[in-house]
Design a binder for this molecule. Structure first.
Ligand code: ARG
Length: 458
C-alpha cells in the first residue's frame, strides 16, 4: 500500500477516484524551489531550538540541498504519483537520508507549509512581472519620443473631443502601467509575512524563534494569528487582482490599437510582424495578438472571481478548498506575462501616420478653443459656449470648418472675434493653450516624458 503523509490513521488505501481528485502535485510542483527553501530554513529553526540534533540537521541540509540541485538541473524530475509537492520533497529526502528525513516535519503542518511556499513564490516571481511592466513603459516612452510634436484627436464617448499630442496619448497608457507596477508591489508586500510557527492552526509546540526564521527567509514580519494564517489567502487574491487589473489595462491598449490601426482610423500602421492574414480574404491584416490580449483578460477576471468565491464560504481554519488557490495564481501570472510581452512587441513596431492623425485632430473639435477665445475676451463662458454651439450647427449645415472662415464670417457670430482668431484656432494652438502639468501642452508632455525616463532609471 502506498504511504501518504497521513496513512497511519487509516486501515485501507484511499479510493483512487477520491485520492486522484485531491492530488495537487501536477500544478503545485511549481512551488518546488520554495518548498525546499522553506524546509531548509525550518530544519535550521528546529536545530536552533534543540528539536533536531546537529547530526540530523546536517543530514537534512545536505539532503535538501541535493534535492534542490537535482530539481534545478532537471525540472522534469520533479514529478511522480505524490499527493503534492510537500510529499514529493519529503519522499525524496527520506529516500536519501532515512530517519533523519522523517524528523523534518516536526512541529510543522502542511497548512502553513503551503502558505509559506506560495508567499515565497510570489515574492520571487512578482519582480519578474514588474520588470516586464517596466519594459512596456519604456516602449510606450520610446513611442512618445518618436511621435515628437505630432497631434491626434482625443475622444470622449468615442467622439472626437480635443486635439492632443500623440506623445501624451502614449504616456496615458504608461501612467496606468506604472500604477499596475506599484499594485504588484503591494501584493508582494502583503505576501511578506512568515506563517511558519502557526502549526496546523493553534501554533507549534516547539519554541521556534519565528523572528529569526522570518529574517532567514527574507520576510520582514511574522503573521499575527495562527488561526487566521491557516486560511489567509488574501495575499493571493491581491496578486490575482493586481494581475486582473493590469490585464484590464492591456485590454484597453489592445482595443485602442485595434481601432486606431483600422482602415477607419488609420492613425497608426500595424507592423506585418504583429499581424496575421486571412485564409480566405487576401487583403486582410488582422491584429490577432491584440485581440488575444483582450480575450485573455476574460480568463484573468474569471480567476479573480473564482478565487474570491472559493474563499467566501470557508469556516474558520484551513480547508482543502484552499488548494484551489494555486491554479488561478499561476495562470494569472502566465497570462499576464505573455500578454505583457505581446503588447510590448506590437506597440514597439507601430508606425505613426502623422498626416492622418493631424487631419483628424482639426475641424470641429476646435470648438472648445473657440469658446475659450471668447471667454478670454470677456464673454461669460456659458454664453461663449452657446455662441460656438450655434456656429457648429451652421458649419455642419454648410459642410464647412472653422479653418475656412473669413474674419467677416467669424464676426457674424460675435464681434469679439478679432484678426488673431485664425491662429488661435488650430490643433497646434489648442495643445499649446493647455496650462496644467498633467495636460497635453507640449512643455508639460516633455516634462512628463522626462519624469517617466527618470522613473524607469530607478
Ligand atoms: N495541497 C494542499 C493545498 O494546496 C496542501 C495543504 C494540505 N493540507 C492538508 N491539511 N490537507 O492546500
Amino acid at each position: 500500500m502506498t504511504q501518504h503523509l497521513w496513512s497511519g490513521r487509516f486501515d485501507s488505501a484511499p479510493d483512487p477516484a477520491a485520492f486522484d481528485f485531491g492530488v495537487s502535485f501536477p500544478f503545485d510542483r511549481r512551488l518546488f524551489e520554495d518548498d525546499v527553501t522553506g524546509s531548509l530554513a525550518w530544519a535550521d529553526a528546529l536545530l536552533a531550538c534543540g528539536a533536531l540534533s546537529p547530526d540530523d540537521a546536517r543530514k537534512i541540509q545536505d539532503g535538501l540541498s541535493d534535492i534542490l540541485e537535482q530539481g534545478r538541473r532537471d525540472p522534469a524530475w520533479v514529478n511522480g504519483d505524490d499527493e503534492d509537492v510537500h510529499s514529493f520533497v519529503e519522499r525524496q529526502l527520506v529516500a536519501r537520508i532515512g530517519d533523519a528525513g522523517r524528523r523534518l516535519h516536526t512541529g510543522r503542518s502542511r497548512n502553513e507549509q503551503v502558505s509559506v511556499d506560495l508567499r515565497l513564490y510570489l515574492r520571487r516571481r512578482i519582480p519578474l512581472l514588474q520588470a516586464r511592466l517596466r519594459a512596456l513603459v519604456a516602449t510606450l516612452a520610446d513611442q512618445a519620443d518618436a511621435a515628437g510634436t505630432a497631434l491626434m484627436p482625443s475622444y470622449t464617448h468615442m467622439r472626437r473631443a480635443m486635439p492632443v499630442m500623440v506623445a501624451h496619448y502614449f504616456l496615458s497608457h504608461a501612467a496606468a502601467m506604472r500604477r499596475d507596477h506599484d499594485r504588484l508591489g503591494v501584493a508582494a508586500a502583503e505576501a511578506d509575512a512568515l506563517p511558519l510557527g502557526s502549526g496546523a492552526i493553534a501554533g507549534t509546540g516547539y519554541p521556534i524563534d519565528v523572528a529569526r526564521l522570518a529574517a532567514r527567509l527574507g520576510f520582514s514580519r511574522v503573521v499575527p494569528n495562527s488561526i487566521d494564517a491557516s486560511s489567509d489567502r488574501d495575499f493571493a487574491a491581491t496578486f490575482v487582482y493586481a494581475c486582473a487589473l493590469t490585464m484590464v489595462h492591456l485590454s484597453r491598449i489592445a482595443e485602442d490599437f485595434i481601432l486606431l490601426t483600422s482602415e477607419e482610423f488609420g492613425f497608426f500602421e500595424l507592423a506585418d510582424q504583429s499581424a496575421t492574414g486571412s485564409s480566405m480574404m487576401p487583403q486582410k491584416k488582422n491584429p490577432d495578438p491584440l485581440e488575444l490580449v483582450r480575450g485573455k483578460t476574460g480568463r484573468s477576471l474569471g480567476h479573480l472571481t473564482g478565487l474570491m468565491v472559493t474563499m467566501k464560504g470557508l469556516p474558520t481554519g484551513y480547508n482543502k478548498d484552499l488548494q484551489e488557490d494555486k491554479e488561478p495564481v499561476f495562470d494569472s501570472e502566465d497570462t499576464l506575462r505573455v500578454s505583457l510581452d505581446a503588447t510590448r512587441a506590437v506597440v514597439a513596431h507601430l508606425t505613426l501616420r502623422a498626416d492622418r492623425a493631424r487631419l483628424a485632430a482639426s475641424g470641429l473639435l476646435l470648438a472648445t478653443d473657440v469658446a475659450d477665445y471668447l471667454a478670454g475676451r470677456g464673454v461669460p463662458f456659458r454664453q461663449a459656449h452657446e455662441i460656438v454651439g450655434g456656429m457648429v450647427r451652421q458649419l455642419l449645415a454648410d459642410g464647412r470648418q472653422f479653418e475656412g472662415l473669413s474674419l467677416e464670417e467669424w464676426r457674424r457670430f460675435s464681434d469679439h472675434f478679432g484678426d488673431d482668431v485664425r491662429e488661435a484656432v488650430t490643433p497646434e494652438a489648442s495643445v499649446r493653450a493647455r496650462k496644467t502639468p498633467q495636460s497635453t501642452a507640449p512643455d508639460a508632455v516633455r516634462a512628463a516624458l522626462a519624469e517617466t525616463r527618470r522613473w524607469l532609471a530607478t
